[in-house]
Design a protein around this ligand. Sequence first.
Ligand SMILES: [Zn+2]
Length: 229
Amino acid sequence: MEPYFAKTPKIIQNVFSDFTWRITKSSNQLKQIYLTFDDGPIPEITDWVLKTLDKFDAKATFFCVGDNIKKHPKEFKNILNKNHSIGNHTFNHLNGWRTNTKKYLDNVKKTEEIIDITSTKVLPSETDLGWNKLQNTKIFRPPYGKIRTSQKRALLKKGYQIIMWDVLSADFDQNISKEKCLKNVVKSVENGSIIVFHDSIKAFEKLQYVLPKTLAYLIKEGYTFKKLA
Ligand SMILES: [Zn+2]
């Protein structure tokens, strides 16, 4: 048995209700899914994801690692140019449970700064537009889903929405097949679901199989794909 849930149990969603697990507020007639991609941007992989999303006319949200934005600004700009949303995923992919709160918050701030700097460069004619103005909401996803209460409180106070997920593809898990990964998604998805994928080297082999199939399947089921924030 894997040490994670492909579908986040409702009890967990209810107990930790100041996190966003699924988008339930929008009118229920609209069938909408929120795809998210963590840990990028990574050359080639992020661009492949962007191209695939385009093919299916899908918008998504990228929870970027600050250090990867610094290393790969071109790929980061490509995400913005395609009008997807950007979320903060710390600068060094920190595990909140193992990191003191000050260090954690500094790491989030450092990511805000690199997002701001790189976003501004992408819009040279509108240099006064910072990242916060590009998006309505600041969004954050804790790496591994692990965050201390003190860290969570501080980020909420800073105006962050903390985005978890209700569907985990487990594309990072080297011990499951790509078919199982697809099944994780298809079996667990419901209206308003937030699905986690990774634009990372580790997940790429599975992602290439699972992402186009997920998109095709859900479109057939009548869903459209929206970005968060
Ligand atoms: Zn991550």
